[in-house]
Design a protein. Structure first.
Lengths: 416, 140
């Protein structure tokens, strides 16, 4: 893999921020976009723009064909059984809300239980709290260990015949932990519960095979996989999606409308009311092609190398001797890492002793380094670790060890 | 006592030394924060918290001999530096002076570029809260 040639495909990386070369380590928030994606959006508006599915003119045909081509590309990307199981949404949050509203209408009643984990993004907590409130259902939470892994033994005890749905994150956005999602799904299925997998952080790093995982629902966002913002994917098993009522109503999702009764369109259109984000869906295919061309395995190997390189570097940062030495001569590391699970993607949260993460984030930005600081939309998880927030560095395919060297040196200067 | 205009001119002059070096500007701001007199812990109450700030900011004021005196603190050093600028401009001024001052130093030192839009909102909240104190003291 040639990182230099990959970097050339990302124009945004080649700029200065505050007089320094931009180092972009906020990839878990959103990845940058390669030229092929940017050009696809431009070209669509220059040559193909038309509303899809309904027009019979040439532009409408072209736009529809390109839009549907992305659906097939996504089907292959996550190995869904059929393309009709791929629903385009606005993003991961939108997909979760769709399932929360629609699935619960069909399948959740008072006294039922929904299980989430202690490391969920607020997007995978709040929709379920609303469902529980509306339906009189009960929300249960899988605890998180000190290493930032899910307590699977505790999870097993939470499961019962009352469990109707488990909504769990595949990869933690704050900690980078890869959860044993296949096992989580298997255990849920034993008690007859369905499982929604939040794949937002998994899709760009891991090979996704929804059939092999036997996931009932799988949601992710295009913009975290080098694609455009405003596009997401909801995968659902056909029998479930067929049994669920529409989420939003409007054009496209109907078969026939009369004032007496409306019948709904078939999958996937039943869940795609209104004119979708056509340009960005079309451009998303180019992002998928970009990822496939490099290969997920190659991506993961390289990103892991970056993560390990950073962790070693961060662990080597020493405080000035007089501040950090303990009685037995060991030094107190000024950096505390959060998320030390065995199975991780290239995301590392940490705090610098005695320094608020906002200050650290601002100082790093002054050096041209973009990281995320705060609670990362996982306040309950931060509470679990007794902290307000962290500094989070998340690496992508275009990052380099030289950038990490600059980053570690910058942290070192903040510490000392 | 210097007028708030004098103090603002001094702030502008001090920041101009750093030109475009963002890192030094922030370090300077943090140093200013460290020099802010410590706030009485008992005053760090929910009521004294400035709403709309991302980080925690406490602000209290007292009125003595026609002048307003502020006490403030924050859990982040850069924010503390920001408050210290406002406190230095307005501490010991009359309510009228506070209400009539145009805070021209903010634009002149390139504050928005230095603190970003999210902190700018918090900064505006601090200014508003300080003016609310001035209005309240003036009414008395």
């Amino acid at each position: 893999m040639n990182v230099e040639s990959i970097r050339k495909q990302f124009p945004i990386l080649h700029q200065e921020v505050n007089g320094k070369h931009l180092i972009y380590f906020d990839n878990a928030a959103t990845t940058q976009k390669p030229l092929v994606v940017i050009n696809a959006i431009k070209q669509y508006y220059e040559t193909d723009n038309a509303n899809i599915h309904r027009g019979i003119h040439t532009l409408a045909e072209r736009a529809t064909a390109a839009f549907e081509a992305t659906r097939y590309a996504v089907q292959k990307f996550i190995n869904a059984k059929e393309h009709a199981e791929i629903i385009f949404t606005k993003g991961t949050t939108d997909g979760i809300n769709l399932v929360a509203q629609s699935f619960s209408k069909a399948f959740i009643k008072a006294g039922d239980e929904i299980i989430i984990s202690g490391m969920e993004h607020h997007s995978n907590i709040v929709p379920w709290q609303m469902v529980c409130e509306e339906k009189g259902a009960i929300l249960k939470v899988i605890p998180v260990t000190d290493e930032g892994e899910l307590d699977i033994v505790a999870y097993d005890k939470l499961l019962s015949s009352k469990t109707k749905l488990v909504a769990c994150v595949y990869v933690s956005n704050s900690l980078g932990t890869i959860n044993p999602i296949k096992q989580i799904i298997e255990q849920a299925h034993i008690v007859g519960a369905k499982v929604l997998v939040d794949g937002a952080q998994a899709a760009s790093h891991l090979d996704i095979d929804v059939q092999e995982l036997d996931a009932d629902f799988f949601v992710f966002s295009a913009h975290k996989v080098y694609g455009p913002t405003g596009v997401g994917v909801l995968y659902g098993k056909r029998d479930l999606l067929d049994a669920m009522p529409p989420y939003q109503c409007g054009g496209e999702m109907i078969k026939e409308v009369t004032f007496e009764k409306t019948t709904y369109n078939e999958l996937p259109y039943k869940f795609e009311a209104g004119t979708p984000n056509i340009a960005d869906v079309i451009a998303f295919k180019y992002a998928i092609d970009f990822v496939n061309e490099i290969g997920k395995e190659e991506i993961r190997d390289y990103e892991n190398e970056l993560l390990n390189y950073f962790v070693v570097g961060a662990n080597c940062i020493r405080p000035m001797v007089e501040k950090g030495l303990t009685l037995n001569g060991e030094f107190n590391s000024p950096i505390r890492l959060y998320g030390t699970a065995k199975e991780k993607v290239a995301v590392q949260s940490f705090v610098i002793n005695g320094m608020h993460h906002f200050d650290a984030g601002m100082m790093l930005d002054a050096k041209g380094i973009a990281v995320r600081t705060g609670h990362h939309c996982t306040q309950p998880l931060m509470k679990r670790f007794g902290i307000e927030g962290t500094i989070r560095a998340s690496f992508a395919i275009y990052n380099t060890k030289q950038e990490i060297d600059v980053f570690v040196e910058a942290i070192n200067r903040l510490v000392n | 006592m210097n007028t708030s205009t004098d103090i603002q001119n001094e702030i502008i002059e001090n920041f101009s030394l750093f030109e475009d070096d963002m890192e030094s500007r922030l370090l300077y701001l943090m140093d200013l924060g460290k020099k802010l007199p410590p706030m009485n812990e008992a005053l760090k109450t929910e009521d004294n918290m400035v709403k709309g700030c991302q980080s925690k900011v406490w602000l209290n004021a007292r009125f003595e001999n026609g002048k307003v005196f502020f006490e403030a603190d924050s859990n982040t050093e850069i924010t503390k530096g920001l408050i210290s600028l406002l406190v230095s401009v307005w501490n010991g001024q009359s309510p009228d002076e506070i209400l009539n001052t145009e805070l021209f130093f903010i634009d002149k030192i390139g504050m928005s570029r230095m603190i970003g839009s999210q902190r700018s909102n918090g900064f505006a909240s601090m200014i508003k809260q300080m003016k609310i104190y001035a209005i309240a003291f003036k009414a008395n």
